[in-house]
Design a protein around this ligand. Sequence first.
Ligand code: FES
Length: 140
Amino acid sequence: MRRAGALNAEQGRKKDKGRVAVQRHVVARAEEIPPGGRKIVRIVGRGEIGIFNLEGTFHALKNVCAHQGARVCLGRVVGTALPSDVYEFKFGLEGRVLRCPWHEWEYDIATGEALFDPQVKIVRYPVEVVDGSIVVIIGQ
Ligand code: FES
């Protein structure tokens, strides 16, 4: 008969085998990327990541478009037409929409979601600012 403690330790080891280790990467100083700015960084083994500053909040997006893999973070940051009534034109999300340079799919930088379908997404990574350094967290 096994002791309950021994069984739990074994289960824990099995569970850890499938888990991806969390990695924290310092990618820039916060002052390097002013509001409205961006920086593309390369993380060994992870490829390129675009760091965007939206009104003082940093967002990290993998530099791969969900459509055909273009380096989407090199695209223009724009606004877009919002849903509106007939004969009405509403423009919004200025400075928050990333437009892919290849076929112009548009993504919300804050969520990574395509504007036409939130199920279509660019990979996002959590970001922290620690002592003035921007830290991207991978594997969380
Ligand atoms: S590769 Fe980005 S829209 Fe086609």
